[in-house]
Design a protein around this ligand. Structure first.
Ligand SMILES: Nc1ncnc2c1ncn2[C@@H]1O[C@H](COP(=O)(O)OP(=O)(O)OP(=O)(O)O)[C@@H](O)[C@H]1O
Length: 248
């Protein structure tokens, strides 16, 4: 369970988060939508403790996320970064096993490699990919490797940052389905940032829309099409007219 209570964050004169209240139940999948620059990434960075909020509270399983052992806290999370963010000089298996080769999650090298190969298989990649370099793979394969890395240490909570950015619609659909399957199978709590409405429908149990520093709308994905909220309606229909200014 992740809870944010009245979280504020201002950079200089830019008040990005102006009282975020959000809760994600254990084992559920929340997708955060909202225009560019509305603070979706800042929200996730606050939960991870990469950015310190000015005020408000963030609780993970009822405990204040800013107190206690950072390493043990971060070990509970997996993350799929935008653009997969693989290390070019490391073979695929070492990218997948990155956190299993160092730090508090360290395993013997042979075991880490075995886990990497098993996770690669889970995302549809054959073991021969393990010894290749990321640059030798297509964008869709790199995304799968990023996904394998996110789940390598069997995290309880997984963040997906723009998981389909830069992929063709078919590959995007494959990645969305994989994310949904894996999250359900692992029983993980998931938070995803996306602009892709197909991802929202494929991945979300619940949707939160960020606008003007607050959660403007929050509800089950099944309510998306029947909502009368003008902000959400404009966002999901991609309309230039409505309460959200089209020129920013
Ligand atoms: N470390 C930082 N220092 C100063 N300003 C920052 C910092 N991080 C984010 N911001 C600002 O906070 C605002 C929100 O940024 P954020 O990256 O969270 O947006 P976003 O909703 O994820 O956007 P996008 O959809 O384009 O990725 C932006 O105006 C950005 O410039």
């Amino acid at each position: 369970m992740i809870e944010m209570k009245n979280v504020h964050k201002t950079f200089g004169t830019n008040a990005v988060l102006r009282g975020i209240d959000l809760s994600v139940a254990k084992g559920s999948s929340l997708v955060i939508i909202g225009g560019s620059g509305t603070g979706k990434s800042v929200t996730i960075k606050c939960i991870l403790g990469l950015i310190e909020p000015d005020s408000g509270q963030i609780l993970v399983d009822g405990k204040d996320a800013s107190i206690g052992d950072r390493d043990a806290f971060l070990a509970r999370f997996g993350m799929l970064f935008q653009g997969a963010a693989l290390f070019d000089s490391l073979p695929v298996w070492q990218n997948v096993a990155f956190r299993l080769l160092r730090g508090s999650l360290k395993r013997p090298r042979a075991e880490a490699r075995e886990i990497a190969i098993e996770k690669l298989r889970r995302v549809g990649l054959t073991p021969d990919v393990a010894d290749r370099l990321p640059a030798e793979l297509s964008g869709g394969m790199q995304k799968r490797v990023g996904l394998a890395r996110a789940i390598a240490a069997d995290p309880e909570i997984i963040f997906f940052d723009e998981p389909t950015a830069g992929l063709d619609p078919i590959m995007a659909g494959v990645i969305n389905d994989l994310i949904r399957e894996i999250v359900v199978e692992m029983g993980a709590t998931a938070m995803t940032i996306t602009h892709d409405m197909n991802s929202v429908r494929a991945i979300a149990d619940n949707v939160a829309m960020l606008h003007d520093g607050v959660i403007k709308w929050n509800g089950p994905v099944t309510d998306l099409d029947t909502t009368e909220d003008p902000y959400l309606h404009q966002f999901i229909t991609g309309s230039a007219t409505g309460p959200i200014a089209a020129i920013r």
